[in-house]
Design a binder for this molecule. Sequence first.
Ligand code: SER
Length: 594
Amino acid sequence: MKSSDIRQKFLEYFQQKDHVIIPSASLIPENDPSVLFTTAGMHPLVPFLLGEDHPEGHRLADAQKCLRTGDIDEVGDKTHLTFFEMLGNWSLGDYFKAEAIAMSYELLTDPNWFGLDPAKLAVSVFAGDETTPKDEESANLWRAQGLPGQRIAFLDKQENWWPAGGKHPGPQGPDTEIFYWTGAGEAPEKFDPEDKNWVEIWNNVFMQYNLSAGGGLLPLAQKNVDTGMGLERMAAVLQGKDNVYDTDLFEPIIKEIEKLSGQVYDSQSKAGYSFRVIADHLRTAVFVLGDPQGVCPSNVDQGYVLRRLIRRAIRHAKNLMPNQDLSSVINVIIQKYQAVYPELKQNQNRILTEFAQEQNKFKNTLEKGIREFNKIYQKVGQVSGQDAFVLYSSYGFPIELTEELAKEQGQEVDRETFAQEFTKHQELSRAGAGEKFAGGLADHSEETVKLHTATHLLHQALRQVLGDHVEQKGSNITTQRLRFDFSHPAKMTDQEKQETQQIVNDVIELDLPVRFEIMDFTEAQKRGAIGLFEDKYEKMGGKVKVYFIGDKEYFSTEVCGGPHVEHTGQLGTFQIQKEEASSAGIRRIKATLT
Ligand code: SER
């Protein structure tokens, strides 16, 4: 079945079940500074999940453009993409579990619809925890559809809750995920969620709670259903392909890259991986450039993600086709999608012009960088971590490329030094830059460094007092005061301010040691470090610097370039001067040390 038919059939099925088809919202979320892109169909519908009346009614269906860069390292495997289309049906306080599961089962297995083999289906449902009971109801509903008990797995909040883990305030609930066996032959009797041959194709979320900013899980006045079916994965399943890049959605794109490179695409080879990265990243770039909200490559926010994707694609293209122009791939992508997303046709000129500009800019960078690399190499016979950083900061030359060139000379680049240089530079360059994820220091004077450590204490204290949703959204430190922006939906009460201040002063009194370690991003994640941004991760080549405040048990664990004091006792007395709104959903604290 062609992907356009899958999209069409999905929407038709729900239309005849009284759903109104709504258009995809923009990839750039409106009025939501907490995320850069629409990452799921629910984003644009949050007000309606919370109870606002939707003008089209209580039953909706859509194909929503989504973008996720959290999975960028997995792009190029069988199922991960940065851009994807999410097909969804929505009940806004209308039907709930029984009807949702029955419809999912019928659409998937009825020969008039998708006609999937029921013997290859499995599902997972929520196992329950201290606040929410095990979802026996959904399991029973699946059994009633004929699914054997062995094909139903009960999993925890990380797996079977949306948004995963249930840590961010907002509408949420347990979900049931539907998997399809893509391995050879018959599916095993027992469903093993760890087996990659079971591919998740659809998620049904039962949004019946709202997590308050304070951490309380409250029942919503209306029970909702939010479902998401990945179009690309479904296309792979229905087209009998073992990965999304072999579907008709990617076919013309891969063909064009074959034409440009003069190479035949081989999914198993290193070159094949580059084909997939180029195809994925350029497809995403086209949708971002062509979005009605109009984003261009830049050094901040969405523009920065876009720039990174384009540059990464060009870097991979360089291995396949020196000096080739990828504009024709952009054209092929526009052609492939313009019937469903007319904005791509309407914005074709802008897409092509912006892409060509970025491509030229980066080509110069690449050439200059290679020239500089050769100069250094010829002079010293090696390229150090510091040199790699100079290549990065002065020429925008990616560390991966320096590594590749070094490798050709049988050498390795010291990533640890690169990472240290990177974080040092980042702190300095951010002073006054007003970047969203900033940790800007005006200088490295004693006062500034103390206030910097106090900022870490404040960040952690706020999370303890207000909840884990508190995330740094900006920071600016002078010798006189710290300024810290963070996500929180409401004005802080006097008591909350008082408590926060007290916690910081208590930790100062304890005179805890401050130290750092450089580690892999995943290790930092495992150790619960806050302030992790995937952007930094990629630029630093997987290494991050993590500051720990405390002895054996750490009061604060945060990714940061430093510098910091050695003991919290050096700080003096912490005082919050002001707490005010910074922008929608973002609060700002100004504080001093005396
Ligand atoms: N919000 C859920 C998901 O993204 C279902 O649409 O998986």
